[in-house]
Design a protein around this ligand. Sequence first.
Ligand code: FES
Length: 104
Amino acid sequence: MASSSLSLCSSLAAPSRSFSGTHFTVRPPPRRPVRWAIRAIGINPEIRKAEEKVVDSVAVSELAKPVTPYCRCWRSGTFPLCDGSHMKHNKATGDNVGPLLLKK
Ligand code: FES
């Protein structure tokens, strides 16, 4: 079955030839439509991928520092805290992401 559909495809792709008695006419094969596949890409490259959804909660009153940066780029090695990895990401991609600053 697979070989018959394969030969059908190759016969469709072959140029057509005809002979009118004095000359040959060769026509190029009909153009096949181009198919595009667009796939959505997630924003989280590797953080806690085993979890169905990554959710964190913080009681702002319990923060140790007056200002604590939280990552919004999903590139931090200390996620959910920002470690500055967004700067490398921004430089490489032209993006403009930065942390969420929680203030006490
Ligand atoms: S490392 Fe992600 S926002 Fe800073």
